[in-house]
Design a protein around this ligand. Structure first.
Ligand SMILES: [Zn+2]
Length: 219
């Protein structure tokens, strides 16, 4: 927009009208400035579709030198495709991407991701499914995020799976209750039918978890 007269050279509404000017503010009594008709700012275009989850996730991710922006972009896109609800990020404070491989743990376990007190760390090999797994930990382990009743149902479901030796979505899910919950969550978010078939009890509980998170984020 171009302002055509300095303020001190401008007169009142009649002065403006005689020159074909209109108030910049839209208010003839408080015009701010007089501007030519065609120079009025255009109404803003409808904004790009709001993508709160993507924006939130992008703000959580940081990476060490050497990690490419493309890797972050890939994770964002992957989570978008899986329709991760914004409320599922409530327990995550920070996601850090590393260039190299994790040092490994005693016993030679190959670690691609960890979750520790709100912080997710992802090493080079980690992709979307690994991030989903760690988000599962954050939902399960963040104090106060899930109601006690839901946490108790998760414990019971793990006990049932162990007792009957069935309903595990992966070998790794047999490790302990935490990994069981994170693995079930990750599979549920990617292949819901698959998890519901393999472990109907967990399918039902995770549906409740979705509702719990929605409710928690709405308050
Ligand atoms: Zn895990």
């Amino acid at each position: 927009m171009r302002i055509i007269f300095p303020l001190d050279k401008q007169g009142g509404a009649a002065w403006a009208q005689s020159r074909g000017l209109i108030p910049q503010s839209g208010d003839w009594d408080h015009p701010a400035r007089w501007v030519t008709r065609e120079k009025l700012p255009k109404p803003p275009l409808p904004s790009a579709p709001s993508r709160p989850m993507r924006d939130r996730l992008a703000s959580l991710i940081s990476f060490e030198a050497g990690v490419s922006e493309a890797r972050k972009e890939k994770l964002l896109q992957w989570m978008e495709e899986k329709n991760l609800p914004l409320s599922h990020l409530s327990g995550v404070d920070r996601i850090r991407l590393y260039e190299g491989s994790h040092e490994g743990r005693p016993g030679g376990a190959h670690v691609v991701g960890t979750y520790i007190h709100g912080n997710i760390h992802l090493w080079q090999e980690a992709g979307g499914p690994d991030l989903m797994h760690e988000i599962g930990h954050s939902i399960h382990l963040t104090k106060g995020l899930l109601p006690t009743s839901t946490l108790e149902r998760l414990t019971k479901a793990y006990e049932n799976a162990t007792k009957n030796d069935e309903g595990f979505p992966s070998q790794y899910a047999k490790k302990n209750e935490k990994e069981f919950v994170a693995e079930c969550y990750a599979v549920y978010m990617q292949f819901r039918d698959n998890l519901e078939r393999r472990n109907p009890e967990m399918g039902a509980i995770l549906a409740t978890v979705m509702e719990d998170l929605d409710r928690a984020s709405a308050t």
